[in-house]
Structures are given as C-alpha cells and as structure tokens.
Design a protein around this ligand. Structure first.
Ligand SMILES: Cc1cc2nc3c(=O)[nH]c(=O)nc-3n(C[C@H](O)[C@H](O)[C@H](O)COP(=O)(O)O)c2cc1C
Ligand code: SF4
Ligand code: SF4
Length: 265
C-alpha cells in the first residue's frame, strides 16, 4: 500500500491527517502522538495533501503531488469567469479536417486523471480512434446497429437513415478523434461521466471542440461484435465522445431553464 507512515522528524502532531483521512487510518497513541495504522486506505492522498510539514511517507502513488505554496487554487478563477466559460461550452457537431497533435490529446487525458471517482477507484481505460477510415467504419457499424433498433426512437432512426443517405456522418460528425471510455467495473459508469466532463472542459481551454455520443455508446453496448472486434474492448463501455477542431463559432450561450429546487430546511 502506498502510504507507509509518518516521518516523525517532520511531524508537529497537528492532527490534520487524523481529522481528514476518510478511512480513519490515523489515531492518537497513548502518549497523544498521531500514528498511522492502516485499516483500509483508498489511496485518496488526502493525508499527503493536507500535511503542512510534508511528513507523510508514501511510495508508488504513480504521480507527484502538486504544491500550492505559491498560489491558492480556490482564488485562481472567479465565479463570473467560470460561469462564462461553462456557458460557452457547446456540443460541437461541425469539425475541421485537421488532426489534434498527440501532446494536446495527452493534456486532455492528463486532466481526466484528476477527476474524482467513487471510492477513489482508478480503473478507467480509454481507447482512442484517430484514423479517418477506422472512424468511418465504426460510424457505419454503429448506424447498422442503430437504424431500425427498437431501443432507438423511430424519428431518430429515420434521421440517421436520411443523414447517411446524404453522405453525412450523424454519429461522429467528421471529428478527428473518437474516444471510448471503458472498464470491467459497472461502478465506473458515473466515474466515466465525471472524468469525461473534466476532459471536455479542459479541451475547451485548448481550443478543442467535443461532443458526448450516447448513440455510439448505445450501439457499442448492444453490439458485442462491434465492441470486441472494432473498438477492441472486452469490458463495459461507459462513455463515448469526439474531439476535434471546431468549424463553428457561437455568438452567445443559449438560455437554459432553472433546475427545479426544493429547499427542505
Ligand atoms: C460517484 C462518487 C461517489 C462518491 N461517494 C462518496 C461517499 O459516499 N462518501 C465519501 O466520503 N466520498 C465519496 N466520494 C468521494 C470520493 O471518495 C473521492 O472523490 C475520492 O476519494 C478522491 O478524492 P478527491 O475527490 O478529494 O480527489 C464519491 C465520489 C464520487 C465521484
Ligand atoms: S491516502 Fe487517504 S485513505 Fe489513505 S491514509 Fe491517506 S487520507 Fe487515509
Ligand atoms: S498532518 Fe502531518 S504534521 Fe500533522 S499530524 Fe499528520 S503527519 Fe503530523
């Protein structure tokens, strides 16, 4: 397990790790000293993050901590800036014929690793398809699975058929990269949604457009052959989205109704 204990030379016995550990892995010894004893570490790293003395001993966390000595992360982005950014996030369905460099894709993947997950499980995987021919083949196979499928509303089915006839891609919209999140764990469905949301917002900071694709996800869930042989996935498909350079610009954010909220006191 990555958390190994406390560096007693550095520890000032402030008890912050004891108060913050969600798995109660710290306690007070008979002489009132905080000690580490592991009952069930979820590897959330809260002890590493909170210790003012950097006294937590660990190894094998597969990443380095990020110091906030020079900046308070809560003051980096104002509410107004954040709101504008969020309201500027559109599902992009018109893309330029231009591939995204690998280092940009890597940056988007990098952000997604920092999304929270239930129980801090870290089993998500992502298959990326960037070859235009493969994207086209996948799109055709998705259309074959969806058109006439009773699980899909009839008007959707007709729309897909019409667009296909017009030579358009109503599944991936000509985007340059198809991203498929998967894992064997059904719990990862919600984790995947959160990770993808983080990724899509980070993509926007890099000028990259994106769109969630439930239709493709549905087809990959329903069609084992497509999932295994085309998308090369053995586990469960939790989310599909595309990335690409937008060929569209929006002048304003659209209106959205309020979330109906009951304040129960
Ligand atoms: C879907 C989901 C469910 C969660 N449920 C709980 C919960 O019931 N109790 C809890 O203390 N934390 C819960 N968490 C928080 C996770 O344990 C936490 O995100 C994870 O340990 C990583 O820590 P961080 O969010 O501080 O980075 C949940 C997180 C997610 C994404
Ligand atoms: S990593 Fe999280 S669960 Fe594990 S000891 Fe530290 S705070 Fe507790
Ligand atoms: S947070 Fe750090 S300094 Fe404080 S008791 Fe825990 S290990 Fe010691």
């Amino acid at each position: 397990m990555p958390i190994k204990g406390i560096d007693t030379e550095k520890c000032t016995n402030c008890q912050q790790c004891l108060q913050d550990c969600p798995s109660f892995n710290f306690r007070l010894s008979d002489d009132n000293q905080v000690v580490f004893f592991q009952v069930g570490c979820v590897q959330c790293g809260h002890c590493i993050a909170i210790c003012p003395e950097d006294a937590i001993l660990y190894e094998g966390m597969k990443d380095e901590p990020l110091s906030f000595e020079d900046v308070d992360p809560t003051s980096l982005i104002s509410y107004d800036t954040f709101l504008k950014f969020i309201r500027g996030k559109r599902s992009i369905r018109q893309y330029k014929k231009k591939k995204i460099p690998n280092e940009i894709i890597d940056k988007i993947m990098y952000v997604m690793r920092y999304a929270p997950t239930g129980g801090n499980i870290r089993g998500l995987r992502c298959n990326i398809i960037s070859d235009d021919e493969q994207i086209k083949a996948l799109s055709e196979a998705v259309l074959d699975t969806l058109i006439g499928n009773p699980a899909i509303p009839e008007n959707y089915s007709l729309m897909l058929k019409r667009k296909r006839k017009q030579g358009l891609d109503p599944i991936f919209y000509g985007a340059s990269h198809v991203m498929i999140f998967h894992s064997p764990n059904p719990m990862d469905l919600v984790n995947s949604v959160i990770a993808i949301t983080h990724g899509l917002l980070s993509a926007q900071t890099l000028g990259i457009g994106s769109c969630w694709l439930y239709l493709a996800q549905r087809a990959l869930i329903d069609n084992k052959d497509l999932r295994k042989n085309v998308a090369k996935i053995n586990g469960r498909v939790h989310g599909v989205f595309v990335l690409g350079y937008p060929a569209v610009k929006y002048a304003r954010g659209p209106p959205r109704p309020k979330i109906r909220t009951k304040k129960l006191n």
